[in-house]
Write a new protein. Sequence first.
Length: 262
Amino acid sequence: MLAAYRLLLTCLLISPLFVRDYRRYHKGELRELFRSAIGPGVVLGIHFITWVIGARMTTGANATLIVSLVPLAMPFFMLFMYRERITRNEVMATALALLGMLVLSAGDFNISMEYLKGDLVCLVSMVLFAYYLALAKDSARYESIWLYVFPMYLLAGIFCFVLALFFSSPIHSYSPYEGLMILLLAVVPTIGGHTILNFSMQKFRGQTVSIINMGQFVFAGIVAYFIYLEVPTVEFYIASLLFLLSIWLVMKSRTRKSQKSN
């Protein structure tokens, strides 16, 4: 139900952008957009559901580390779906970024039978996330990103809502704080994060997007410092340095290719 509310609220907020661009660009039928969004929508819905369930069954460090393993799964999807092979620089960049995450999480990561089920659910959610991002590569044919994400978010939200009806009632009394959290889930990681990721998949290689997405921990550390006065640890600075090196490697590779094509 949480995944459904998050997605449906997102659709409500971005619907003016979808209507504007549908009138401006799209010449086909509306059902074409929704038909194409069924696959990505279902995958996204299951990813959100499994992520909420898995994150509650394990520790925050375990869940964060597992979902950051997307760069390990992405090359397989990009190869089989688009024949996009991972480059040497991308392999090195992936290794550096993953090493950074291991350094950051080593002290908190807990290998325990108590958390095994939660870890496995998060692993399934991570693979679904990689597959969902890979599917976004096809959205490059749309004139506007809103023509792709609105139908996808809407179908994903409906899918989650219908599924949730078997387990929960949609009518609850939510506190203002809970309502604010759901709103922020819609605005920040969905409208902001997921939409940007889908758009990036149109413009960049899949491995580049998956590696850069791992940099969320840097932003989280900065926010935690200013809001919660949490002083970053030495491990945070080491992980951040390794991540910046990985970004430099993938962008260096992209710059070289651009120069050769010119």
